[in-house]
Every structure is written in C-alpha cells, then in structure tokens.
Design a protein around this ligand. Structure first.
Ligand code: SAH
Length: 475
C-alpha cells in the first residue's frame, strides 16, 4: 500500500486549479460540492467557468504561465489541481508542490501527483472510495458501478439519522461494547423498517427505544437463497445483500469459494453439503438446523447452488419452516440450465429447433422411473438433465427405445459458467462413452436436442477448454 486514504475537509480552504478546459471544469464541480475556495488560472476558460465566476463561486486568473512558481498565486494553496494537459508545465508545478509540501493532483498523471482522487460512491455522510493507486482508473469506475448497485440509496438517510443520534446514544448506553452492539442492531435492515415507521424525525429517542424493545423479542428468519451456477458475477443483488447481512449461513458443498468469500466475514458458516452417494448431512438434519438457528433469533441464509426451487429441495425446507412457524423469504437464483446454456452458447429454445425446454433430474426419489420417455423422445424440444452423469446409460437407452434420433445433438457442460467450464459436444448415441472417455466430473449438465449443435458455432466463453471433435467425426 503506497497511499493512505484520508478524507479532507476543504470548506473555505484555498484550492488552485491550473487549467481551464473540460477536465478542469469537472474537477472544479467536485471541489465546489465540498465548499472549497476555488481559484482557477489558465490562458482561457470554458464557458461554464465564466458562468461560475459571474455567480461568485470561483475566481478566474487569466494568465499564460511561462514558468510556474508560488509567486504567481495571490493566495497560498492548500491543494493544487493541475489540469493543463502540458507535461512540461505539469512537471514544474509538481516540483513546486513537492518542495513546498502542497497537495497536488495532476489529472491522469499519477507520477506527477502526491495525492490521488478515488472514485466515489456518494451517500454522504457515507462515502465509499475506490482507488487503484492510479494503476487502473477504469477498473475503479467499474467497481464503483457495482458498488452503486449494492448500496441502497436509503442508506444515506439512515446514516444521517445515525449522525443525529450519536450524542444521545453515547449518553444513554455508557458501555462501549453495548454501544457497538446497539449500532450493529441499528444498521440491520429489519430495524430500519421499524425505525422509519415511527417517524424518527419527530421523536428520535422514542423511535430508538421502540427499536431496542422490539429487538428483545425479535424472531429469526430464514432466507432461501439461490447462489447461481458458480460464477459470482451471476449472483443477484438481493442474494448478495442477504449473504452480507445473515448471522448464520448454511451452505451447500458446491458453492464456489469465490461466492463464499462474499459472505459476511463474521457469519457463522455451516457446510451442509451433500455429494451424490455421500450424504454427509441428511436433509432432516438441515431442516433441524434451519429451525434451530432461526428460533434462536438469527437471520439465517440457506445458500444453495443455482435456484432453490429447481432440484434444490427448497420446497421441503420451507415446508419445515412453515410448520415451525418461522418466517422465510426465497431469493431466486440462476439455475444451472439457464447459466450453463448461456455460457456455452446454447439457446435453450429456438424457433427452428425447439419449442419447449424441460429440466429433468437423473436422480429420482426412491429411484423409481416415473418419466414419460415417449413424450421426451419427441422432436423439436430441448431436454436439460441435472445430475445425469451416473444415469446417462439408462437415459440414452430409454430415449432411443422410444424413438429419439441417435444423431440428436448433445452437449455435456462441466463446471458451467466457472473459469474451468468445459463443453463436450456429440450425439445421443455417444452419450455414456463421451462421459467416460472425457472423464466428466460433477457438477455437469446434459443438454439433449438440436440446439446443442450451437455449442460449437456460438461458443463465446472460455473456449480453450471445449471439446468439439466428437461432433466433427460424426457430422
Ligand atoms: N438447484 C440447482 C441444482 C441442484 S442439483 C440449480 O438450480 O442449478 C445439482 C446438479 O446441478 C448437478 O449435479 C449438475 O447437474 C447441475 N449443476 C449445478 N451447477 C452446475 C454447473 N456449474 N455446471 C454444470 N452443472 C451444474
């Protein structure tokens, strides 16, 4: 780390901006927001700057600078913004700033800066600033966009309220640990809902007391959250919000480490993963745990791969919660079929090839084959099979027996949407052999139908890992 972020109060402090173009204007607009006393020196000025000067908001100094020195400035600056676009002049300004210990930012030239301006997510008094030490301003902007989406605008009001409330709470709750616990409660989303309703503005103390009382009788809640197929970019905003506020997270084994890294740092994590054939934790045990933690008053995130209601036993879990009288919410996720199809260029429906799509599971309860194979063997539809690796010989056999074309295109997608996604393409008659030959590992999804042919021609993601040669041989 080469820079220490500090937030500086510039109200009525002299700031010099050297340069009068569009960049300088942009900088001046942000300096005005914080009430700096702005002097601007340049050979000519944008129209907008003349307007600001006419309104008395800034002072302009028309000057052609031959050689920069502090004597040019009628008032000693605390801070200089150099936006001349002239590197030679920029270097002189830098030398002067360094030898006089003045803060200097030369726009788009980190070498000539002794302070940098970060990208800002502004919910003042809450400020989130992002800096790359000048290495990648575009990345900082992209991250800012992401964070903008994550941080609700309502937070601004909540932080303003907190500011007003601080002296009262400091008096009312003497012990610092208890005070910290209070603030943790205060910033909890559910508490904010209570606070808003009590018209905080009119009587903040009554509002806070009500919140404290409410928390003493608070009950837990379970959020059944779909984490998507593995790539953290595919999480929903709601999923991320719940992951960051839950006290307890019960997660499947399949949830990727990148996604687990986004869970609240001090949350209690419980891995309730089950791999096929290795029932490390039985479903009943998971249900028990959900009820147990919620009854203790915790906010519980049950984090599941894909979508909780697609082969995710979400239904069974909320049945238990409903029976125990525990509140719950469902946060949908991108299911493996949707994610894997998108990331392998396979349109699940297509006007020329498939009018419907079916999500099937290779694992049925009690292993009873209740599937209407004759229906699925029909043309012009897409079948997506979850957990189908082990049962693939049976699947192939049944589809062929019921009249499916042996040359029907198929795609096998392993670790879909992740950095090591692998797509293997072929035809139905090759299905179990391909899985064996390519040593396909779980998690993998099978796509059966004409649309699977596009895995090659429309591939766009991580193409180095794909295996299309089987398709060429049989084409
Ligand atoms: N609820 C989940 C599915 C759970 S069943 C969802 O909506 O996606 C687990 C099966 O999903 C795996 O055996 C595999 O067939 C499929 N699956 C999940 N993630 C996958 C991924 N990233 N790539 C390929 N298949 C995946």
């Amino acid at each position: 780390m080469n820079y220490l972020p500090i937030n500086i109060k510039l109200k009525n402090k002299p700031v010099w901006v050297i340069g009068g173009g569009a960049v300088a204007t942009r900088k001046i607009m942000s300096l005005l927001k914080v009430g700096a006393k702005i002097h601007c020196m340049a050979t000519d000025f944008e129209e907008g700057l003349h307007d600001l000067a006419a309104q008395g908001k800034i002072s302009l100094y028309l000057k052609h600078i031959e050689s920069f020195s502090l004597d040019l400035l009628p008032e000693q600056p605390l801070l200089i913004v150099s936006a001349t676009g002239n590197r030679k002049l920029g270097k002189q300004i830098h030398e002067v700033a360094e030898s006089n210990r003045i803060l200097l930012n030369t726009v788009d030239d980190p070498e000539l800066c002794n302070y940098l301006t970060p990208a800002i997510v502004d919910r003042s008094p809450l400020l989130i600033t992002i800096s790359t030490e000048g290495a990648a301003p575009v990345l900082a902007r992209l991250l800012k966009q992401k964070i903008e989406k994550l941080v609700p605008f309502g937070l601004q009001k909540i932080v303003q309220q907190a500011k007003a409330l601080r002296p009262y709470i400091k008096k009312k709750i003497k012990q610092s640990q208890a005070r910290r616990a209070f603030w943790e409660e205060y910033f909890d989303h559910d508490n904010q809902l209570i606070l808003d309703k009590t018209q905080f503005k009119e009587n903040p103390q009554a509002a806070v007391n009500q919140m404290i009382n409410h928390n003493q009788t608070r009950t837990g809640r379970v959020y059944l959250v779909g984490a998507g197929p593995g790539n953290p970019d595919l999480l929903t905003i709601k999923a991320l919000q719940v992951m960051q506020k839950a006290d307890v997270v019960l997660h499947d084994h399949l949830i990727s480490p990148e996604i687990m890294a986004l869970v609240r740092k001090d949350a209690h994590l419980i891995d309730v993963g089950k791999k096929a054939g290795d029932h490390k934790t039985k479903q009943e045990r998971i249900n028990e745990l959900l009820v147990h933690w919620a009854q203790k008053g915790h906010q519980v995130c049950r984090l599941k791969g894909g979508d909780p209601f697609v082969f995710g036993r979400g239904g069974e879990e909320i049945q238990e919660l409903a029976a125990a009288g525990i509140g719950y919410e469902i946060v949908p996720g991108i299911t493996a079929a949707i994610g894997c199809a998108a990331y392998s260029g396979i349109p699940l429906t297509h006007r020329d090839h498939a009018q419907s799509v079916t999500f099937l599971t290779g694992h049925c309860k009690n292993n009873k084959d209740e599937i209407d194979w004759a229906f699925y063997a029909k043309e012009k539809q897409t079948l997506v099979v979850y957990m189908g690796l082990i049962q693939s010989p049976h699947l192939q056999q049944q589809l062929l027996k019921h009249g499916k074309n042996p040359k029907e295109p198929i795609a096998i997608i392993e670790n879909g949407t992740s950095a090591n996604q692998r797509v293997i393409q072929g035809t139905l008659d090759q299905l179990p052999q391909l899985i064996e030959q390519e040593q396909v590992q779980s998690p993998a999804l099978l796509v059966i139908g004409e649309v699977a042919q596009y895995a090659q021609s429309l591939a766009w993601y991580n193409q180095n890992n794909n295996h299309f040669e089987h398709n060429k041989k049989t084409a």
